[in-house]
Structure formats: C-alpha cells, structure tokens
Design a protein around this ligand. Sequence first.
Ligand code: MIC
Ligand code: SF4
Length: 645
Amino acid sequence: MGLSIGEKIIKAHLVEGEMVAGSEIALVIDQTLTQDATGTMAFLEFEAMGLDRVKTELSVAYVDHNMLQEGFENADDHLFLQSMSKKYGIYFSRPGNGICHQVHLERFGIPGKTLLGSDSHTPTGGGLGMLAIGAGGLDVAVAMAGGPYHLTMPRLIKVELKGRLRPFVSAKDIALKLLQILTVKGGVGALIEWGGEGVRTLTVPERATITNMGAETGATSSLFPSDQRTLEFLTAQGRAEDYRPLEADPDAVYDQILEIDLDQLVPLIACPHSPDRVVPVSEVAGTRVDQVCIGSCTNSSLADLTKVAALLKDKQIHPGVSLSISPGSRQVLTMLAESGDLQTLLAAGARLLENACGPCIGMGFAPNTDGVSLRTFNRNFQGRCGTQSAGVYLVSPETAAAAALRGVITDPRDLGVMPAIRLPEAFTLDDSQILTPADREEAKTVKIIRGPNIGSFPVSEALPDQLELPVLIKTGDDVTTDQIMPAGAKVLPYRSNIAKLADFCFETTDPGFAGRARQAGGGIILGGHNYGQGSSREHAALVPRYLGVRAVIAKSFARIHAANLINAGILPLTFENPDDYQKLDQGDWVTLNNLHEGLASGRINLSLGKTSISLLCGLTDRQQAIIRAGGLLELMKEKENSTHE
Ligand code: MIC
Ligand code: SF4
C-alpha cells in the first residue's frame, strides 16, 4: 500500500508506536521554533532540564508578539531570550525581523523535515512540504533537549483541488472554504494533505496561507507536496540546496477525501466571532467598515502586499477607514521599499506597523467601540483584537483592499480588472538580524540576562488518590485559550510571570474566576465540546494549575490544549455520557474517587452527594505517569533523582 506525504515523513521520523490512526506515536524532531510570548516559559523549562546545548538540527527563537514595550517587561524578555539563545545554540531572530512563521518559511524550512513550534500556526511550514506541528512550550523544550515528540497518529484527510483560481479569488478563500466545510472542530485528530491538479497553480506563500489556517480546523497539521513550485521558492530564497521532492504515492489511502473546485470558488469572509462562520463576501456586502488590517502570519507575504499595493495604486482609502499594514518580515518590507510599493501604500493612506503580529494578538490597533474590522488574519474570537464590542471579519488581501477603498464590505470582483503583478525572481537576502549562537567554548562564558519580569517555573505536587474540589466555572462549547488566558497589550507582558498572569485567568468572560479559585484553594473546570481551541499557549494550563485546578471535565478537548493540561499535571476528563454535563453546576463540591486506580483503568468516578457520574480518561502509560507525578517537569525530576540515588 502506498504512503501519503505525511506518512512518509512520519515513517522516517518514527521512534515509538505504529502508524495507526488514534494510537500514540513519537517522532524525532529536526527543527524547533519558539516565539517570545511562549518562548520565555519554554526556555525556563529547557533550562530546568540542565543541558548545555540544544540537540536539534536547528532551533530558532523569534521575537514577534510582545513588541509594544510599554514598560520594561517585554524588553526584559527579549534580552533573556537573546542571551539564552546565544548560550544554548539557538538562532535568534531579533525583534523587527518578522513574524516567526513567515521568516521560518523564508529562511529555514526544509521539505521532508519535522518542525515543532510553540505556536499553533507552526503548520505554516507545511506549505513547503515539512511536517510542522504546534505544541505547548514544554513539549518544544523537550524536543530542544533531543527528546521525541509524542502525539496521536492523525487520521488523513485529503483535499483535492480542481481547476484554477479566478481573478480576485485567492489562497485565503481556499482556507476559508475548508473552514466552512470542516468547522473549527472538523480537523481535530487529522492531518490535512493537499493534492490534485490545482496544487500546481499555487506558490509556496499561497500554500502557506492555507496550511496556516488549517490550524483553525483543529487539525494536527496540513501539508502540501514538495514540487517544482517549492524548488522555485527555495531557489528565489537562495536555498535551492534545501530542496527535495516529496509526493504522495498514487495508491496512498486516506480516511476522508474532500474536493474544492477552484473555478467555482468566490471571495469568502468569516463573520464574527468564529473563523468558521464563513459566507460569500457578497452576502454581507454593504456593511460599514471602520478598520482594515493587512498582515499576520496568514497573509503578509511579498505577493500579498504587492497585490494590495496594485489595487490601491493612485487611489485614496475611504475617509471612514483606518488601514494598517504589517509586513510579515524585514525581507518583505525591504522589497516593498525597493519596488516602490511601500510608497504606493503610504500615499493611499495606509498606516505602517512593525513587522510583527501586532493587531492580530491585540498588541495595538484595537478597533473603536462597536467597530467593524476586516482583517487578513486567522482568528476573530471575541475580544482578541482588544475591543470586546468590535466585530472582526476574516478576509483575503483582495477583499481587504476593496473594503479599504469603498468603506463598506465589497466583493473585490466589483473593482473591475485585477491588475497584473510582477514579483522579482530572487528575494533580497539579508540575515543580519538573525544572530548566530556562540560556539561551545564561548557559550560557557555567556551570562543569562534575567530582569525582574522573569519568574520561575511553578512547582506542582503529585496527584493524591482522592480530590474534593468545587466546580469553579461551567463553560459552553468551543472555549478558546484566548478566553482561558487572554493575550493583548495589558496581559502579554506577563507571559514569563505565572503568579501575575493568574490575575487575568478567564478575565474577559468571568472576572471573578481567579478570586474564586484562590479562595477555594483550587477546583475543577467544566467545559463543553472542543475545550481549549486556538492558541498553543501552555499558560492556559499552567495558570489554572497555579490556581489549584486539578482536573478539567469536558465533552471533548482541542489537541494542543489537552497535551498542555497533561504536561501541567491537570487531569483532562470526558463524560462517559455527555448528558451528565447537565448534572453539574458552578459551585458544586465534587469528589473524584480512587484516582490512581481510575487512571490505569481509564474510568474515574465522580460523586456529588448521591449522584455518581462516570468519567473517562483514556491516557497512555506515559501520560498517566505525568499526571501521577503532578506534571512533566516533576516526572523528569523524579526520574533524574532515581538515577542519582
Ligand atoms: C495566537 O495566535 O494566538 C498566538 C499568540 O500566536 C498563540 C501563541 C501564544 O499564545 O503565545 C498561538 O497561536 O499559539
Ligand atoms: Fe502572530 Fe497572529 Fe500569527 Fe499568532 S496568529 S503567530 S499572533 S500573527
């Protein structure tokens, strides 16, 4: 039987388990990436492992999220990351060099390799044919230390692309179409592989837009083949030697096959407040627009911004619209300046922001009260932009440009003829803002710079056999990690300071949560389906754990968050009978009985007065050991102590 692209990469990196969907496997990780918002914690965890250098082929640390620097906190974090990188053999992409996923694609990604990143949009690398997976910081730290990455072998979804995109319809519309089909839950447990004749028409940055947003379906990762288009991109980046072809075997077998006809695809838009609320742009055309933001790891490539410049050339944006442009990298910004397109964008009235995540994560450029913001980004969860009452719509660069010109949501096809754009054959190369680590000798003398904002990793304790705790909160379906642990300009500076961060847990939806947890000395969380979707931030597990949360009971979990809960020593439990969710309420004191036996048998009994509820916890032996120890770092310490005795 033939193999798919993903199966080929997995087979070449498999160190534990079998390639059977649903079972646990472990993979060797070739490359890692971290960013500043999750990286400080990942680096503290790596440091706690006591190694003198990373063991990967390549590890890169990026600074792209926390760049407002309203106080000393962010700058402290940057210096900490820079000194850690220098000492431990990690390349350091300086603030201003660009968004991690865009820069990694341009300068480091290699087809056929594995990449583990402490950011949920790491699958952007799948556009180059690399198996790129998002994970919590601790899993990335383990990979930096040379340990394998454990995950559930995904089932395979193949998406066949037919035909060719029409003018004004672009890769973002393909990503939105898939979200319309799969929803924010449909990709959970799956690897999405793209194939069919339409694939050949898409460039690597276009493919990367699609694999980037595969994260919104909950998928483990998304992958394109590595072909002539890949070679063209790598050659233009001066990296032709990194090319290797990679295709699925013709007789590869998939669990599900979908088809998208590019000829029939129209401009699409995701309405507030979920990336899967997708409709044709024409359905909401005419809606007033206050703000348009172009950028983010989804749509900030040179081609994206060149298209926008072509559409805005010799025109002025609508007076009611504020337009921001955040180029994905310094390479993109430099080339926009060289081509004159930067001047075109500024002359049209655009506001130029840094080459960073910026408004995507609520770091500035928050919309007005009740504002309507059209963004080329990937997430539109309520409040993520910094304004609770604003409505964020997700669109392609073409649709964003049309709205910027007209002041209302506009089908970009109404703009007439799409101007032809010309891209240079070679990218402008300048890696001066990527710092090379010290060699082994010099590394010994490098001192780690640790400002007062750098906290320490919280300690946890082993799991008792019985827990009696209150239900601290009862949530609905699709709770995001942005709700559990909000980001934005006020909170992000404390990503290296768990004690301080704890004040903000569930703050936007339930400001009393942290107080209740502190008062009760801990508790459990009750969730609906897809609990913990979205970001990979392990803070959404570390902070509840710090507040004494020992278990989350939900109807189902998002992949990365479930792994983060286990690593933090929090038990993820599901209902044997989902209707039992109705029987529990906030404030109930519940008892979880015979936990150690239950962990092993996969079934735990919860009692609430006379009511007894059966909960499931299908954990592997490895995961059970982590939970018993109180967390992955605790387990590693236990193991180390027993070898030293
Ligand atoms: C996001 O898009 O939510 C982030 C910010 O990039 C996160 C990481 C984080 O919370 O730091 C992600 O997607 O993993
Ligand atoms: Fe940054 Fe936004 Fe991409 Fe997350 S989704 S990495 S915040 S640009």
